[in-house]
Ligand binder design. Structure first.
Ligand code: CTP
Length: 416
């Protein structure tokens, strides 16, 4: 199960080349837990086979308003039986028709009859996308609460030019869909999430680092943004896409850079989730040149000894600020043994409001993609245990457990 568990999605395909990606999108939506019905325009049926979509969705697919082949494909029933309409690809023609209230085929009549939110994924040639009429139609629909737009990606388009207009990949569409369906109870909350490792350079080619991939922090940033928080992600060196909905990303490398970034963001922050695996030590000296195995005379050099210096404890530094009580601080304790005891000690030592205690070095949880398992301990001694879950769902559960305290901060911020 995934981000769209038990959701009923109506996927509408406009007649653009990106329609060829639809079977894969249907499969991924189903992997995320959704039931998917597909309706396509007649033009979309030129780019992708109805049979493929029927096989991958497990339901009949409609493309003809006048067909009596299958009584279940009735536009008003389809509209009523879904939680969300996703239009992917949303072509210039489809967006224009919806904006102007035109409904002359099964897809447009279904969208018009539906009362659900609509996630629009424009995908078209860059020049068409730039056309002022298309932009005006998009701007108008954007101004209506019912329509959410997912920005098209930039890439090589079927017409041969590189520019905006590419349909985002299924994981982004799934994140956007989950966000449309989420409660917006954290609107007004300014949140920072730090994620990933830090890298402490030894010389221009080597560094001290750790196994963190940033997966958990990025998932938490996504979950907070989905509930309406304004999220800034401060990321160490990771190779992850910025999650849908995250307002800003600041990339850093070292612990010092992470502290500098967080210090700058601090005055406008209500909540900090310090997920990053910050290196505790860095080389005392950073060599400006690559350290060689041989010395100047070409002889084998003695193996170097690496002198280390402490990095700043970022949480402790921030918790010592005079306005510390304004911000809710969440720490993470990755431990291999005595997990809860160590976590509680860190909560006190670092003056945190809560800490997520989590076991690393065991098969069921730890670094990288996959599952997590852990216990959230609050300063007042209350705790919430989380069952083992994929990190995306774990992040949703963690944010849900924090939400009662975060909504309070969001309201305070809104009234400030
Ligand atoms: N942390 C930090 N600055 C550091 C090291 C850690 O702010 N220099 C934060 C982490 O982001 C995490 C929490 O402190 O939220 C606990 O990190 P952890 O590595 O578990 O603890 P340490 O304080 O580094 O202690 P130890 O390595 O001895 O377990």
């Amino acid at each position: 199960m995934g981000l769209l568990a038990t959701r009923r999605i109506l996927l509408g395909l406009g007649g653009g080349i990106a329609a060829y990606k639809a079977p894969e999108l249907v499969r991924r939506l189903r992997d995320a837990g959704a039931e998917v019905r597909v309706v396509m325009s007649a033009a979309a049926a030129r780019f992708v086979s109805k049979l493929s979509l029927e096989v991958v969705s497990g339901f009949p697919v409609g493309d003809d308003l006048w067909s009596t082949d299958d009584a279940r494909i009735v536009h008003t029933d389809l509209a009523r039986d879904s939680d969300l309409v996703i239009l992917a690809p949303a072509t210039a023609d489809l967006i224009g028709k919806i904006r102007h209230g035109l409904a002359d085929d099964l897809l447009t009549t279904t969208v018009m009859a539906a009362k659900t939110p609509v996630l629009v994924c424009p995908a078209m040639n860059t020049e068409m996308l730039d056309n002022p009429l298309v932009q005006d139609n998009i701007a108008h629909l954007r101004s209506l609460a019912r329509y959410t737009f997912l920005e098209p990606g930039v890439g090589l388009l079927a017409c041969g030019i590189t520019g905006p207009g590419r349909q985002p990949d299924p994981p982004e569409i799934i994140e956007a869909a989950a966000a449309v369906l989420a409660d917006k109870d954290l609107r007004g909350l300014a949140a920072i999430v730090s994620a990933g490792p830090t890298r402490e350079p030894i010389d221009p080619v080597r560094f001290i680092g750790n196994h963190s991939t940033g997966t958990m922090g990025f998932a938490i940033a996504r979950a907070l943004a989905a509930r309406g928080a304004t999220v800034t992600l401060v990321a160490g060196p990771v190779s992850l896409r910025t999650p849908v909905g995250v307002a800003r990303r600041v990339d850093v490398e070292t612990a010092d850079e992470m502290l500098a970034a967080l210090t700058e963001l601090w005055p406008s922050t209500d909540f900090l989730a310090m997920t990053a695996a910050v290196a505790d030590y860095r080389p005392a000296q950073r060599s400006q040149e690559k350290i060689k195995k041989t010395d100047a005379s070409g002889d084998s050099a003695m193996p170097p000894t690496l002198a280390l210096a402490r990095t700043p404890d970022i949480l402790k530094t921030l918790a010592a600020r005079p306005d510390r009580s304004r911000v809710m601080l969440l720490g993470f304790a990755a431990e291999t043994h005595d997990v809860i005891d160590y976590a509680k000690a860190k909560l006190v030592d670092k003056d945190l409001d809560a800490i997520l205690a989590n076991r690393v070095g065991v098969p069921e949880s730890g670094f990288g993609p996959g599952d997590n398992i852990g216990t959230l301990v609050f300063r007042d001694g209350t705790f919430v245990e989380f069952a083992r879950a994929p990190k995306e769902l774990f992040a949703d559960a963690l944010v849900a457990a924090l939400a009662p305290r975060l909504t309070h901060l969001a309201r305070r911020s809104a009234h400030a």
